[in-house]
Each structure stands twice: as structure tokens, then as C-alpha cells.
Design a protein around this ligand. Structure first.
Ligand SMILES: CC(C)(COP(=O)(O)OP(=O)(O)OC[C@H]1O[C@@H](n2cnc3c(N)ncnc32)[C@H](O)[C@@H]1OP(=O)(O)O)[C@@H](O)C(=O)NCCC(=O)NCCS
Length: 111
């Protein structure tokens, strides 16, 4: 499960109107380490590109101590863009996936 926030959703994290913020990615304990999160994350860029034509970037925030999620995001092609912020559980990193070069053939651009 995860949520996508558009328009002002990413502002809190220094994002722009053209960013899509991915939040709350979570896999049920009994299905962890089966490749489900990676499979889902690998589909997000094409989904976002098709549905949100304005989007140039997907951003997300990950806790400094969440090594599992950081490894997952790196494997899915995201990179740490540098800024740090303080969350409830300490320092958070901001990761991005750039969509500019990511082409899809059948965009429906419903938003
Ligand atoms: C992080 C989370 C989404 C990963 O889901 P998952 O379906 O188990 O992940 P996958 O099986 O697709 O793993 C893909 C890769 O991520 C990394 N990874 C996933 N879980 C890991 C763990 N416990 N420790 C280290 N690396 C891990 C590995 O690189 C893994 O590849 P590999 O299995 O070939 O080594 C899941 O552990 C979760 O729901 N955690 C709690 C919520 C959370 O922290 N969400 C992220 C908020 S930013």
C-alpha cells in the first residue's frame, strides 16, 4: 500500500507543483521480503507518467534508520538528493526519481 500526493502535497518537503509525493509505503508483515514492494515501486514511474502529465519527479521521505526502505528505494532507482529534515523519529532523507527522461507511449493524462 502507498499514497500519491499531487500539487501542494510535496511542499512540506521542499517539493514543487510538478512533483508527486509518494508516502506511506507499507507491506503486510506476512508478505515482506517477497519482492512485492520492489515490484510495486518499479511500476510507479510509468503509472505517474500516464496519470499525471505535469509530473516531472517523484519524491519521498525516508527515516535515517530505515535501512530496509532506503535499500529498496535505491534498488528502484531513487537517489538521495541531500536535504535533511527532522521528523518525529529523527533525521529524514529526501529521495527523488526523475521522470523527465521516462517515456510512456499510452499516457491518458486524466489529471
Ligand atoms: C520497506 C518495505 C516496504 C519493504 O517491503 P518488501 O516487500 O519486504 O521489500 P522487497 O521484498 O520488495 O525488497 C526489495 C529490496 O529492498 C531491500 N529490503 C527490503 N527489506 C529489507 C530488510 N528488512 N533489510 C534490508 N533490505 C531490505 C532489499 O534490497 C530488497 O532486495 P532483496 O530482497 O533482493 O535483498 C517493508 O519492509 C515495510 O512495509 N516496512 C514498514 C513500513 C516502512 O518502513 N515503509 C517505508 C516508509 S519510507
Amino acid at each position: 500500500m502507498f499514497c500519491l500526493h499531487v500539487f501542494d502535497g510535496s511542499k512540506t518537503f521542499g517539493g514543487k507543483q510538478s512533483d508527486v509525493l509518494l508516502k506511506a509505503l507499507s507491506i503486510d508483515d506476512s508478505y515482506k521480503r517477497l519482492g512485492m514492494a520492489l515490484a510495486a515501486m518499479n511500476q510507479v514511474p510509468s503509472y505517474v507518467r500516464k496519470k499525471f502529465c505535469f509530473a516531472t519527479r517523484i519524491i519521498l521521505v525516508v527515516n535515517h534508520a530505515n535501512f530496509a526502505a532506503q535499500a529498496l528505494y535505491r534498488r528502484a532507482g531513487y537517489r538521495d538528493i541531500g536535504p535533511r529534515r527532522q521528523g518525529k523519529s529523527g533525521t529524514q532523507f529526501i529521495y527523488e526519481f526523475t521522470l523527465k527522461e521516462f517515456k510512456v507511449l499510452d499516457a491518458d493524462c486524466s489529471r
